[in-house]
Design a protein around this ligand. Structure first.
Ligand code: GLA
Length: 696
């Protein structure tokens, strides 16, 4: 048996009597001597129809007495299926602040090795797993891989099972849904070539009784930004397992003689402290083990996309930049519309040079002005897409995903450039490097507004299925090279709003555009979904112009919503009245005072239906507490007069920074609560920020 541990979790893998590699335990940390007592059997199997429980296996293969959804499916020469893997090797390695275990299985007949990799880190609660498939005969024939998941996770036996997922769509990303795990299979996936808006690649399982603050929760997430599949199966024997990996059904990847295929990682995290506990452990993982610059404070951005759309030029942007700087913005980003013929969304994408009519002397003079104003300078790009009406497409029509004799469907007048191609990657790196250097650019908003269709690569012959994988690898490669070349460059991931949010992209970007929907109360439920797995420091949140923006109380509500993430401003500053300006100035200043807490503290969701009923969210560190309270409308039945806090030291004294007379114990705040009835303004769209400091 192999016993993997994090500070709070044990994950135990072993060989059962039949030589199968199974999960023996996953849950609260056990003492080593206790682990020896764990049973390694699924219980009796009733022949001839009682199914062996391959849900227990680390990577159930297509083969043998198994009928569930296979995590690994291979076709060998001659059409032979049905893998027969046996354990042939183990290796344990100490890495920096981590330990790694590799268990190597080999097929008994064909030259295929399946290496199951595991990593645990000192500072994270995540168990990381991935798989390498290795063709060990350089002289042999190609194998076909039709599913290669990164791992399957067995959920311990419980009376019942409930799933939690984040699903939704464009303008409504990350809606948290819960339900009883149905018998059979429940698959979340993306077939779009990007992580997708419709579901985020994670699932959580509990027994149906976990709450925000209590109960055991098992969660699994994929670190991958292309198409994916996450299948939760519930068997008649009432056992549940979750298997996931890249690609989707119908794709076949070739494994060439002597070749290797490595999957992205699948991450498992258990918490005994409810959904809030599991989220905080994920946030900690992001900070300790994923983000390139976890300790950096995210700047307040100004971006005029929602204010002016494609209608921009240097003078107008300069005027906006001056105002933005005066309000306190620290990063000025020019969005879409700055380049070539891109004055609307039907032309120019792919031709990445400044529009000479809009920026007659290029971007550098403007960048210098932005820098002179004390702000960093950022720009929008969408390297993976092209408008057919562009020089790039006219010159290289074969660079897009396409099949011969099939039409090329357009979406937003765009096609997808095939980043699996080396020439496309080199082209992208070439212009991006030059753009960043020549334009004196500090920040890129890397967008991707186009799902894959007609995803072919005729020039690559039979292996073209792999473009679904290699496109994403190409994007990673380009971003990684770009960052290595420009160490100060920061990148925001965007895909038509929050379509590319996952633990793969977060290894190489600094924040994520959460959603194109910036209406405050809708945004709350989107942010609520975001917060389940990802920390507030990467959650870009702008205050934009809305029909309600001139209503000070409602506008204030929008500020409080955006201040719970990485605050930005997206309104048309030229059209703002003095009161709006003053409100922005004040809120940006307040945000700067609390953002260390928001971006780096522990997050506690304090209940309520975000955006619908009274809800609150708190950020806590050893000294300070920031509590955002939202009441979108006056409710018929009065709400509770206080909000119960969490995560405080019960014996410490906390003082309200804005009401020094209010000094109470942490115990008081967690049991009686902080009174909100007299802190919330009356009427609809009422919100407040309560700041407490430990004073004793
Ligand atoms: C996408 C993004 C927006 C904006 C536009 C520009 O929709 O999500 O924020 O950048 O593209 O075309």
């Amino acid at each position: 048996m192999w016993h993997l541990t994090t500070t709070r979790t044990s994950y135990v893998v072993g060989l059962d009597q039949g030589g199968r590699l199974v999960q023996v335990y996953w849950g609260q940390r056990l003492a080593p001597q206790d682990v020896q007592q764990l049973p390694r059997t699924a219980g009796p199997i009733v022949p001839p129809y009682g199914l062996p429980l391959e849900v227990e296996e680390q990577l159930p293969v297509d083969g043998g007495l198994r009928w569930g959804p296979a995590s690994l499916q291979v076709t060998f020469p001659g059409g032979v299926r049905s893998l027969e893997p046996v354990l042939v090797g183990e290796r344990i390695e100490q890495e920096k602040d981590a330990a790694r275990l590799d268990l190597t299985m080999a097929d008994v007949r064909f030259p295929l090795e399946v290496v199951l990799h595991y990593r645990v880190r000192e500072a994270s609660e995540v168990i990381e797993r991935w798989v390498t498939l290795r063709h060990t005969d350089p002289e042999g024939e190609t194998f076909e891989i039709s599913r290669a998941d990164a791992g399957s996770w067995l959920i311990p036996p419980m009376a019942d099972y409930r799933y939690s997922v984040a699903s939704g769509g464009y303008y409504a990303e990350g809606q948290v849904r819960r339900g009883i795990v149905p018998e059979g299979e429940y698959t979340l996936s993306s077939r779009t070539g990007i992580t997708g808006h419709h579901s985020n690649p994670w699932t959580m399982i509990d027994d149906g009784t976990a709450t925000e603050g209590r109960g055991e929760v098992w969660s699994v997430a994929l670190a991958w930004s292309g198409s994916w599949r996450l299948t939760t199966q519930r068997r008649h024997q009432n056992r549940v397992a979750v298997s996931g990996g890249f690609g989707h059904e119908g794709l076949t990847l070739p494994l060439a003689p002597g070749g290797e295929l490595t999957t992205p990682s699948i991450l498992g995290l258990h918490s005994a402290e409810g959904f809030g506990g599991v989220s905080r452990a994920w946030h900690a993982h992001a900070r300790t083990s994923v983000l390139p610059h976890p300790d950096e404070i995210r700047p307040v951005v100004y971006n005029s996309w929602e204010a002016v759309g494609f209608d921009l030029n240097q003078d107008q942007q300069t005027a906006l930049a001056r105002q933005a700087a005066e309000l306190g913005a620290e990063l000025f980003v020019i969005d879409d519309g700055w380049f070539s013929t891109r004055t609307h969304d039907r032309a120019g994408l792919g031709d990445w040079w400044p529009n000479p009519a809009r920026f007659p002397n290029g971007l550098a003079p403007f960048a210098r002005e932005v820098h002179r104003l004390g702000m960093a300078f950022g720009i929008w790009v969408e390297p993976e897409a092209v408008n057919p009406d562009s020089d790039l497409y006219r010159t290289n029509p074969h660079w897009v995903l396409h099949h011969p004799d099939r039409q090329r469907d357009e979406l937003r007048s765009q096609l997808v450039l095939n980043f699996a191609r080396e020439d496309v990657r080199m082209w992208a790196l070439g212009w991006l490097n030059a753009l960043v250097a020549d334009g004196e650019i500090d920040f890129l908003k890397w967008d991707m507004n186009r799902a894959f269709t007609q995803a072919g690569w005729p020039e690559d012959g039979e292996g073209q299925n792999r473009l679904w994988i290699e496109h994403t690898r190409g994007v990673y490669h380009v971003i990684d090279r770009l960052r290595a070349r420009h160490p100060r460059l920061r990148i925001e991931s965007c895909a038509g709003g929050g379509g590319r949010l996952d633990y793969g992209i977060l290894e190489r970007t600094d924040q994520v555009w959460t959603s194109d929907d910036t209406v405050a109360h809708y945004r709350q439920s989107i942010q609520h979904g975001f917060s389940q797995l990802y920390p507030a420091c990467v959650m870009s949140a702008w205050v934009t112009d809305q029909p309600y923006s001139t209503d000070p109380q409602r506008n204030q509500y929008a500020y409080h919503v955006a201040m719970a993430g990485a605050l930005g401003i997206g309104g048309d500053l030229n059209a703002w009245n003095d009161r709006q300006r003053e409100q922005a100035r004040e809120n940006i200043a307040v945000y700067k005072a609390v953002r260390v807490l928001v971006q780096q503290g522990e997050q506690y969701r304090l209940g309520g239906q975000p955006g619908e009923s009274l809800s609150a969210i708190a950020y806590v560190d050893n000294e300070d507490v920031a509590v955002f309270v939202y009441r979108p409308r006056v409710e018929l039945r009065p709400h509770a007069p206080s909000v119960l806090l969490a995560g405080l030291d019960p014996d410490a004294v906390y003082t309200d920074l804005d009401r020094p007379g209010f000094a109470v114990s942490g115990r008081f705040l967690m049991t009686a609560g902080v009174p909100v009835h007299d802190r919330l303004p009356s009427g609809d769209w009422s919100s407040t920020l309560i700041r407490l400091r430990r004073t004793g």
